[in-house]
Design a protein around this ligand. Structure first.
Ligand SMILES: [Zn+2]
Ligand SMILES: [Zn+2]
Length: 1276
C-alpha cells in the first residue's frame, strides 16, 4: 500500500524541516540528531512513528499557542480521559487542559550558556535553536543539563498577559535522545555528626581545606535573591542522629541543584568550605566552584576521619525543633476566641490542592477551598509557576495562624524561610497563569519596609485590593500603585500613614540568615494577635448603604417630636413634622472608623460636587475654614482622602399616623427614602493623586483663598503682610505637566496656544429651567426649557493669548492698567449663560471672585466677542448699556484666581474701580430694622432651626400627605422650608428665611448649627409687620462653617437654649420684632378665657363621643385630639401683657396637677368642647348647661383669688397677635384696688406666647425681687 508510505514520507520530510530549523548542533549534524530523535520516538511508540503528531519548535509554541494545552505522546484517548478526570477533583467546574498532538524536543538548561549571567537564576529552561522557554519539573537529574531530550508528556501554559511568554510543565520524565554517560566515584566524605562541631568551634576556618559531607536532606530553603545574588540553603542530617549542618549553595552553576534535591533523600556534597556570615557571624558550609552534588551511595562513600586541626572541643549534638506533623489531616476547627492575647502559631505540614489564586501579587493562594497559603514572607516570590488552580502542593514546616484578621475568612498557612513548599503534582486544568510582578510590588515592599506581621499584612492586602478596584479605572493601575521613593503613588500615600500608626516602633530589620540558620526558630510568623482593623475605606456604594442603614437603625418617628407637643397635633401637622429629618455620621460613627476616598467630580447634570469611585458617587459640600467659598477648580479630577467629615443622611418619610398615640405602630409609615451627602472642610482634605497638570495651580489657589478676609472684618487688604501677597502671586513656573485640555497635539504651537479672559463675578443666579433660545440653534430644539444658571460679570482687561496653558501668569490684565495709570480698565459687563456641560462650574463660581476663562487650543482673541449676542431682539432693546449674553462653551476651562478682597496694593487701582461692585453684607439686626429700605439683602448667620412648612393652599385635609414631587427631589414641590437664622448661637435676634422645595434640591448643608452666607434674598414684611426673607432665583448661599460636632445628634427636636434671660415687660418694646425666648417674673392678674376641646385629627371639627361631628361630607376619622388654649393677663410692675397659653401650659397656668388635668380633659370628651370667659357677659362660645358641674368647677377655678399668684414665665412675642384682644395704643383703663377704683392710661398690651410656666417658691421670689431691684437701679 502506497498511502501509509506516502504519509510517512510526508511526515519525515516535515521532521527533516523541523530538525534543520530547530535541533541544536552545528550545521550538517542535524541528520544525526534527527536519527536519534526518530529512534527515541520509535522505541516510545513500540516501533511505529507517531504520524498523528507533529513537531513543534519552542518559538512556534510561544507565538502560536494562545491557550493552555497539553500533549501526551504515547497515551490512548482513554488514558487521557482518566488522567483528566482525576485532575478535576477539587474544581469540578473547571475545564481540563485540551489535548494537542505535538512533539517537543529540546535541551534542558539552567541558562548558563545564554551568555547572560543574569539568566542563571535557579530556573530551568527548555531550549532549541528557535528559542528558550522556562519549564517546571517535578523530578530532575543534574545529568540532564545541556542534553537533548524528547518530552513525552507536557503542558504549555501561556501567560494571561500577552506581553510575556508562558512556561512548560513537564509532566513525565523526559527521554534522553542520546544515551547519557553515568559516572560514579568513590569519594571520602564526612558525616554531619563529625562535621557539625566545625561550625560551632571558635577555631578560625582554614580557607584552603575542602571537605566532603554526606547526609540526609532534612530541609531545603527557598531560592533567595539578595542584592542580585541568588542562593539557597540546604540542611544535611546525620543518618544515625539528629545532628544536621547547613550548606549554602551560591555558585550560579549549582542553583539547578535546587530542582534535584528531594527531602529525605541522601546526598554527598564535595568541595565544601566553612564560612561565617558577615552580619551574625554564624558559620555555615559553603560550596565552591568545583563542588559536586552526588547521590549518596553507601558503597561509594567511605568515612573520612577529621584530622586533629578540624576537631572542635565539644561534640554535643542539638536537635532541630521537632515540628508538629499534621500533614493532610489538618483539624480545621477554630480555636475558641481569645482576642487581645498574643497567640503562638503552630508549625505544621500540609498537602493540599490550589483551588483559587486569591491575590498573586500578595502571594495568597487558597488551598482546598478552606485554607489560605501565604507565600509573601519568602523574599522571592518569583514566578509562582505551577501554582495554578488544580496543582497539588506540599507544605513542610509552615506556620498555622487561626484567625489573624477578624474580617479574613480563612485559616492561614504562612510559609517562612524555614518552610519548604514543594509542588507535588501539576494542575490538569486549563487555568491561566498570572505571574506576580517582581519589581514595584507595593504589597511586598510595604511588608518588608514595615516588618508587618501576618494580621497587618492581610489587612493591608484587603485595603489595597479595594483601593485598586475602586480607582484603577480612573488613573490606571500602574500610576495608582507605583512605589518609587521620590514619587509615591496614591496607594502608598494612603497606606503608609495607616501602617505608621499601627507599627510605631519599627523592629530592627529582618535578619534572613538568622531566620534560616538559628537553632531556635525565630521569624515574624511565630506570634500573632488577632487584628481588629482600626479603619476601613469601603466603596462609596457601601458607604451610602451603611449610612442609610445606620440612619434608620433605632429610628422611631416619636423621636422627632416632643410627646407634650405631639399629643395635641392634628393628623396633618403631625405627619408633616415627620416628613423631613436628618442624621449626621462622622468617621467614628462607623466600626471600624471609616475613611472616605473619592475622585472629586462635578456632575454637569446635577451641578453638584461629588466624590466618585467605580461603584458610585457621593454628593459633597466643601467649605473652607476661613469662611470663603470653595472655588478650587484645580481640584477637579483629584483623588481625595477625608477623615474628618460629616456624612449627612436626609430622611424622607411618608406617613399616615392618625394621631400621636399610633406613633409606635410603624404600619403607618408608607414610604422611607433617604439621600446621603457628605460635607467637609477643604483644609481636611488630603490629595492622594492630583489631577494631571493641576497640582501647582491647586496649591496656589489654596494660598490665595486662605488670604481672603471677610467683609465684616476691619482688616483691609492693604494691611496684609507683603510676604503673603508675594507668595500668592508667585507664578508656578515649574509646572511641567501639560494641560488636560490640550492632549491633542503638542508639536505645533498653534494647537497648544490658548486664549484667556479675566473677569469678576458681580452676581450669580440660581439653577433653574430657563427659556433660552440660542440664536445659532435651529428652532424646534430651542423651544425646550434649558436647565441653566447665569452670572453677571465684569470683564477685566482684554483677552490674552498664551502659547501654552501653563504659561498663564497672574492677573497681568490688572498689572497693565496700574502701570500706565490709565483710567478704567476695559470694563464691560456681560451675562454669562451656563448650560449643558458648563453647568459643572456652578459650585465653583461665586460672587466677588476673580476668574479666568481659558479657551484651549485657540488663538483667536475675538473668540469671546464672536459668541456674544444681545439678550433680547434688538428692536426691544431700549438700554444701550444692556450687557451682552455669552453662552459658556463646553470646552472652556474655568480657573479661579483670587477674591476681590485679596487683591494686593499694586492692583489697588483696579480694586478702587471695582469697589462699587462690591455688594454690601448686612447684619441681621439691620435687615430686621423697620428703617431698612432695600429689597435684596445679603447677610450671614447660624441656622437655629429648620422646619418644613406647607403652603396655605395645601392645607386641605387628606388621609396621607402624598403630594406631587419634582424629579430628583424627595420633598413635595409645594412644600417650603423655614430656616430660622440667628446672628450667633443663643442670640435672641432671629430672622426667618423661606425656601421652596424647588430650590432646595441644589441647596445642601442647610442644617441647624451651620453658619451660612445668604446672598440676594428678598426681604419681605408680613401682615403682622414681621420681617422675613425668601429665597428667589437670584439668591445664593454659601456655607461658612459646618455645624459643630456636638450639634450633630440633636437630642430634643426643639433644642432651645437652656435658660433665657430675665427681662422686664417695659424693656421689650425696642426689640419688638425679634425675641425668640425670654423670661419674666410676673403676677398672674386674671384668666381671660379658657377653651378646651376635643377635635377631629383630620378635619379639626369638634369630636364628640368617639366620632367626628362633621356630616357634610361625612368624615371617616376615628381619632380625636385634645386641645386647650387660654389667655391670661400678667403684669410685672413695668407693664402688662396678654399671654396666650396652649395645651399643657394651660394646666400649668391654672395650677392643675397632671392627674387633675387628665380628668378635666376626659370630662370634655363627652361634650366636645367647653369654654370659660372672663366676666361671661357676652356669653359667646358658652355652650354649657347650667347644671354642668365641670364647667362650674372650671369657672370657679378661674375666678378664684388663689389663681392670682407670682409665676416665672418663659415666653416669646406673639408674632400673630389676635386683633380682638389687641387694645388700641394708649387707652384709659379702670383699676380697682380694694374699695378704691381709679382710671389710668396704659400703653398697648404686649401679646406674648407662653413657652413655660414655673411656680415661684417664697425664697426664690425674695431673691428674684432683690435681683430685680438691683437691676432696676442699675438701669437708672
Ligand atoms: Zn517561621
Ligand atoms: Zn373629621
Amino acid at each position: 500500500m502506497a498511502a501509509p508510505g506516502a504519509a510517512e514520507q510526508r511526515w519525515l520530510r516535515e521532521a527533516q524541516d523541523f530538525a534543520r530549523r530547530a535541533l541544536p548542533g552545528p550545521d550538517g549534524q542535524e541528520p544525526a540528531a534527527l536519527e536519534a530523535v526518530l529512534r527515541c520516538l520509535r522505541s516510545a511508540g513500540s516501533g511505529a512513528l507517531p504520524l498523528g503528531y507533529s513537531f513543534i519548535s519552542i518559538s512556534d509554541l510561544q507565538h502560536q499557542q494562545r491557550i493552555p494545552c497539553c500533549s501526551h505522546l504515547t497515551w490512548s484517548t482513554n488514558e487521557f480521559r482518566e488522567w483528566a478526570h482525576q485532575g478535576q477533583g477539587a474544581l469540578p467546574t473547571q475545564t481540563t487542559l485540551p489535548r494537542t498532538y505535538l512533539i517537543l524536543v529540546g535541551c534542558i538548561t539552567d541558562g548558563r550558556q545564554e551568555n547572560k549571567e543574569k539568566l542563571v537564576d535557579g530556573c530551568l529552561y527548555v531550549k532549541d535553536n528557535t528559542g528558550i522557554i522556562p519549564c517546571e519539573l517535578l523530578h530532575f537529574e543534574l545529568e540532564w543539563l545541556e542534553s537533548l531530550f524528547l518530552f513525552p508528556s507536557w503542558s504549555y501554559i501561556p501567560q494571561t498577559n500577552q506581553s510575556a511568554a508562558g512556561y512548560l510543565e513537564i509532566l513525565e520524565d523526559p527521554v534522553p535522545v542520546n544515551v547519557p554517560k553515568k559516572v560514579l566515584h568513590s569519594i571520602p566524605a564526612t558525616y554531619p555528626t563529625s562535621a557539625e562541631p566545625l561550625l560551632t568551634s571558635r577555631i578560625p576556618c582554614r580557607k584552603r581545606s575542602k571537605l566532603t559531607v554526606a547526609g540526609e536532606l532534612v530541609r531545603l530553603g527557598p531560592l533567595l535573591c539578595v542584592r542580585h545574588k541568588t542562593f539557597f540553603f540546604l540542611f544535611l542530617k546525620c543518618f544515625t542522629s539528629a545532628v544536621c549542618v547547613p550548606v549554602l549553595v551560591q555558585e550560579p552553576s549549582q542553583l539547578a541543584w535546587h530542582h534535584v534535591l528531594q527531602l529525605g533523600h541522601r546526598y554527598t556534597i564535595t568541595g565544601l568550605s566553612i564560612s561565617s556570615l558577615k552580619k551574625s557571624g554564624q558559620k555555615t558550609f559553603v560550596t565552591g566552584v568545583p563542588s559536586c552534588l552526588l547521590p549518596y551511595c553507601a558503597e561509594h562513600v567511605r568515612e573520612q576521619p577529621l584530622n586533629s586541626t578540624w576537631q572542635g572541643e565539644s561534640t554535643q549534638s542539638s536537635s532541630l525543633e521537632t515540628a508538629e506533623q499534621l500533614s493532610g489531616s489538618l483539624e480545621l476547627g477554630f480555636e475558641e476566641e481569645r482576642p487581645r492575647s498574643t497567640k503562638e502559631s503552630k508549625i505544621i505540614s500540609y498537602v493540599g490542592v490550589v483551588t483559587k489564586i486569591l491575590n498573586v501579587q500578595a502571594g495568597l493562594f487558597l488551598l482546598d477551598n478552606q485554607v489560605c497559603l501565604c507565600l509573601a514572607y519568602l523574599p522571592v516570590l518569583k514566578s509562582a509557576r505551577g501554582l495554578r488552580p488544580g496543582a497539588c502542593v506540599e507544605l513542610i514546616d509552615v506556620h498555622l495562624l487561626q484567625k489573624p484578621l477578624v474580617s479574613f475568612p480563612f485559616i492561614v498557612l504562612g510559609a517562612c524561610l524555614s518552610s519548604t513548599v514543594v509542588l507535588k503534582r501539576f494542575s490538569r486544568l486549563s487555568t491561566p497563569y498570572q505571574p506576580p510582578t517582581s519589581s514595584g510590588n507595593l504589597c511586598l515592599q510595604l511588608l518588608f519596609r514595615y516588618h508587618l506581621g501576618m494580621p497587618l499584612y492581610l489587612w493591608l492586602v484587603s485595603l489595597l485590593e479595594t483601593f485598586e478596584e475602586r480607582f484603577s479605572c480612573f488613573f490606571g493601575r500602574r500610576r495608582l500603585l507605583s512605589c518609587t521613593h521620590q514619587n509615591p503613588g496614591a496607594a502608598e500615600k494612603f497606606l503608609v500613614p495607616l501602617l505608621q500608626a499601627m507599627v510605631p516602633d519599627r523592629e530592627k530589620a529582618r535578619d534572613i540568615y538568622n531566620e534560616i540558620l538559628a537553632k531556635v526558630h525565630h521569624c515574624p510568623l511565630q506570634k500573632y494577635l488577632t487584628l481588629d482593623p482600626p479603619c476601613q475605606a469601603p466603596s462609596l456604594s457601601a458607604v451610602c448603604h451603611v449610612a442609610q442603614q445606620k440612619s434608620w437603625e433605632g429610628f422611631s418617628p416619636s423621636q422627632l417630636l416632643s410627646p407634650l407637643e405631639a399629643q395635641h397635633m392634628g393628623t396633618q401637622d403631625l405627619n408633616r413634622r415627620l416628613v423631613w429629618s436628618y442624621c449626621t455620621l462622622s468617621a467614628g460613627s462607623f466600626q471600624p472608623r471609616l475613611i472616605l476616598l473619592g475622585v472629586l467630580r462635578v456632575s454637569s447634570r446635577s451641578s453638584l460636587l461629588q466624590l466618585q469611585d467605580k461603584s458610585s458617587t457621593l454628593p459633597c459640600v466643601i467649605s473652607q475654614k476661613d469662611g470663603s467659598p470653595f472655588a478650587n477648580t484645580a481640584l477637579i479630577g483629584s483623588l481625595l482622602q477625608v477623615e474628618n467629615y460629616q456624612l449627612v443622611v436626609e430622611r424622607f418619610l411618608q406617613t399616615d399616623f392618625p394621631s400621636w398615640e399610633h406613633l409606635e405602630n410603624l404600619e403607618h409609615v408608607r414610604e422611607k427614602k433617604t439621600s446621603v451627602y457628605v460635607q467637609f472642610y477643604f483644609e481636611d482634605v488630603q490629595v492622594l493623586h492630583a489631577a494631571e497638570g493641576q497640582l501647582q495651580k491647586g496649591l496656589r489657589s489654596e494660598n490665595s483663598s486662605s488670604l481672603r478676609k471677610k467683609k465684616d472684618d476691619n482688616v483691609t487688604p492693604e494691611l496684609e503682610a507683603p510676604e503673603a501677597k508675594v507668595l500668592k502671586l508667585e507664578d508656578p513656573k515649574s509646572d511641567t505637566h501639560r494641560d488636560e485640555n490640550c492632549q491633542g497635539g503638542q508639536s505645533s504651537t498653534g494647537t497648544t496656544s490658548c486664549v484667556s479672559h479675566l473677569f469678576l463675578v458681580t452676581q450669580k443666579e440660581g439653577l433653574m429651567l430657563r427659556n433660552y433660545q440660542l440664536p445659532r440653534e435651529e428652532d424646534g430644539e430651542g423651544q425646550e426649557l434649558q436647565r441653566s444658571f447665569q452670572a453677571t460679570v465684569l470683564w477685566l482687561g482684554r483677552p490674552q493669548l498664551w502659547s501654552h496653558p501653563r504659561e498663564i501668569g497672574n492677573l497681568p490684565e490688572l498689572e497693565d492698567t496700574s502701570c500706565d495709570g490709565e483710567e478704567g480698565v476695559t470694563q464691560q459687563e456681560a451675562l454669562l449663560l451656563f448650560m449643558g456641560k458648563s453647568l459643572r462650574w456652578f459650585p465653583f463660581l461665586h460672587q466677588d471672585g476673580l476668574y479666568r476663562f481659558i479657551v484651549p487650543c485657540c488663538s483667536d482673541l475675538e473668540v469671546f466677542d464672536k459668541l456674544c449676542f444681545p439678550p433680547v431682539p434688538a428692536t426691544f432693546l431700549t438700554r444701550p448699556s444692556c450687557p451682552l449674553c455669552l453662552p459658556v462653551q463646553d470646552t472652556w476651562h474655568l480657573q479661579h484666581e483670587t477674591w476681590i478682597s485679596c487683591l494686593p496694593e499694586r492692583q489697588l487701582a483696579t480694586r478702587m474701580v471695582l469697589t462699587g461692585m462690591d455688594q454690601r453684607i448686612f447684619s441681621i439686626p439691620e435687615v430686621l430694622s423697620s428703617s431698612f429700605t432695600g429689597s435684596l439683602v445679603s447677610f450671614s448667620g447660624e441656622i437655629v432651626e429648620r422646619t418644613l412648612c406647607a403652603s396655605p393652599k395645601n392645607e386641605k385635609p387628606s388621609t396621607t400627605v402624598r403630594l406631587p414631587r419634582q424629579k430628583g427631589n424627595l420633598l413635595a414641590s409645594d412644600h417650603s422650608v423655614k430656616l430660622s437664622v440667628s446672628v450667633a448661637p443663643g442670640s435672641p435676634v432671629v430672622v426667618d428665611i423661606y425656601i421652596t422645595a424647588t430650590y432646595l434640591q441644589h441647596l445642601w448643608g442647610l442644617l441647624p448649627g451651620a453658619k451660612i452666607l445668604f446672598q440676594n434674598l428678598e426681604r419681605k414684611i408680613s401682615r403682622f409687620h414681621n420681617v422675613y426673607c425668601t429665597y428667589i432665583a437670584c439668591s445664593c448661599v454659601s456655607i461658612i462653617s459646618l455645624p459643630a460636632s456636638h450639634l450633630l445628634f440633636p437630642s430634643s427636636p426643639a433644642g432651645e437654649a437652656s435658660s433665657p434671660s430675665l427681662v422686664f415687660l417695659s424693656n421689650l418694646r425696642p426689640h419688638l420684632q425679634n425675641l425668640p425666648r425670654a423670661r419674666i417674673l410676673c403676677h398672674l392678674s386674671c384668666v381671660l378665657t379658657v377653651y378646651l376641646q376635643w377635635v377631629c385629627s383630620l378635619c379639626s371639627s369638634i369630636f364628640k363621643e368617639g366620632r367626628c361631628t362633621r356630616h357634610n361630607p361625612p368624615c371617616p376619622s376615628h381619632t380625636g385630639v385634645r386641645q386647650a388654649s387660654a389667655r391670661v393677663l400678667v403684669e410685672d410692675g413695668t407693664g402688662e401683657a396678654v399671654v396666650l397659653c396652649r395645651n399643657e401650659h394651660v394646666a400649668a397656668m391654672l395650677g392643675l396637677s397632671l392627674l387633675e388635668w387628665e380628668a378635666l380633659q376626659n370630662c370634655v370628651q363627652s361634650r366636645g368642647s367647653m369654654s370659660i370667659q372672663h366676666g361671661e357677659a357676652t356669653g359667646t362660645g358658652c355652650l354649657e348647661e347650667p347644671e354642668d358641674l365641670v364647667a362650674c368647677y372650671l369657672r370657679s377655678l378661674c375666678r378664684s383669688p388663689l389663681i392670682c399668684r407670682p409665676i416665672l414665665l418663659d415666653f416669646s412675642l406673639d408674632r400673630k397677635p389676635s386683633k380682638i384682644l389687641q387694645p388700641a395704643p394708649l387707652q384709659l383703663r379702670n383699676f380697682r384696688c380694694a374699695e378704691v377704683e381709679f382710671v389710668s392710661q396704659v400703653g398697648p398690651r404686649l401679646s406674648l406666647l407662653c413657652l413655660n410656666v414655673e411656680e415661684v417658691e417664697q425664697d426664690a421670689l425674695r431673691y428674684l425681687n432683690s435681683e430685680r431691684i438691683r437691676r432696676t437701679s442699675s438701669y437708672c
